[in-house]
Design a protein around this ligand. Structure first.
Ligand code: UDP
Length: 336
């Protein structure tokens, strides 16, 4: 396959591109480098610097190069920022995403895998969360991802788009070459590891939740497992694949959670990180962070049954060990 990976200079996009290349596919990365890093684009992929929402430039890219499929990882993805500045999220995640879809439609590229999020569920009523749970996002980030998933469903029916939306839970860990370098960093595991390296203190956002140790529980998934799921999802969009359209029926938009199905609390993450690095990490308890549901754990039944995917590296240790190894090799991140 020849795949256009938007956001391929970011954390999940770059590791997914790396896995696609390793499996023998051709990859073109489209990234405006606003949050991604040139150095994260894996060797063997070509980089087009630009935004997926720039209609003329994207149209020109499709005219110059033929693609079998699009892996759309690029997006704005900070929950807090989305609450303060929803316009940016609607503009980039929704309007920009539709511009990309329209360019793809104009050039007959109708295979699409989309980076969605567990945030589409909001605060779930039941856990583990199944894909047919109610979608009630509690912030513009989740809302804009839900809106784009909806567009894919209608594009399937009307225009024959075959798509898979992957609802990520908490991506963690690193490959040999590629790791997590967000600025600002908001995610627990890199924050903990950076604090450990710098001798800083970690703030636990609330320890009075109704969970066994009072801290929030999340479903962490190794970024390499996540990347492998993208490959399987792309395969499921093949023109004759019944998972995204049965013969004589309209094409279909498939939705799959990606989580390991196991939850770990913030305290468990800290303890596991202390084991990995071999010393205690300074920590204090602060107030709850707005918008944090107490427990988010995926049911991964559908990904297993439909995509044939399972998390291979589902131990917290494997994720933290690989993240720590990457961080020690890249103390300044990608340092551009
Ligand atoms: N968290 C924390 N301290 C931090 C960063 C995160 O206690 O410095 C908590 C956060 O409140 C959540 C969990 O760690 O309960 C995972 O947060 P993260 O931002 O990594 O992922 P999210 O679940 O928000 O996607």
């Amino acid at each position: 396959m020849r795949v256009l990976v938007t956001g391929g200079a970011g954390y999940i996009g770059s590791v997914s591109a790396e896995v696609l290349l390793r499996e023998g596919h051709d990859v073109v990365v489209l990234d405006d480098l606003s949050t991604g890093h040139r150095a994260a684009v894996p060797e063997g992929a070509s980089l087009e610097v630009g935004s997926y929402g720039e209609t003329t430039a994207v149209d020109d890219l499709f005219a110059r190069q033929a693609f079998d499929a699009i892996l759309h990882c690029a997006a704005r993805s900070l929950v807090g920022e989305s609450v303060r500045d929803p316009a940016r999220y609607y503009r980039d995640n929704v309007a920009g995403g539709i511009a990309l879809l329209e360019a793809a439609r104009g050039h007959g590229v109708k295979r699409f895998v989309f980076s969605s999020t567990a945030s589409v569920y909001g605060t779930p009523r039941e856990t583990p969360i199944r894909e047919d749970a109610d979608l009630r996002p509690i912030n513009p980030y989740g809302e804009t991802k839900r809106t784009f998933e909806g567009a894919l469903a209608w594009y399937a029916e009307a225009y024959g788009f075959r798509s898979v939306s992957l609802r990520y839970f908490n991506a963690a860990g690193a490959s040999e070459a590629l790791g997590e370098d967000h600025r600002p960093e908001t995610h627990l595991i890199p924050i903990v590891l950076r604090a450990a390296m710098a001798g800083d203190e970690v703030t636990v956002f609330g320890d009075d939740y109704r969970t066994p140790d009072g801290t929030c529980i999340r479903d962490y998934i190794h970024v390499l497992d996540l990347a492998r799921a993208h490959l399987l999802a792309l395969e499921a969009t093949a023109p004759d694949d019944p998972r995204t359209g049965k013969p004589a029926e309209p094409a279909a938009a498939l939705v799959c959670n990606l989580g390991s199905g196991r939850g770990y609390s913030v305290r468990e993450v800290l303890t596991a990180a202390e084991r990995t690095i071999g010393r205690l990490i300074a920590q204090r308890v602060g107030p709850r962070r707005a918008g944090d549901p107490p427990v988010l754990v995926a049911s991964s039944d559908r990904a297993r049954e439909v995509l044939g995917w399972t998390a291979r590296q589902d131990s917290l240790e494997a994720m933290i060990d690989s993240a720590w190894a990457w961080q020690r090799r890249h103390p300044e991140g990608y340092a551009e």
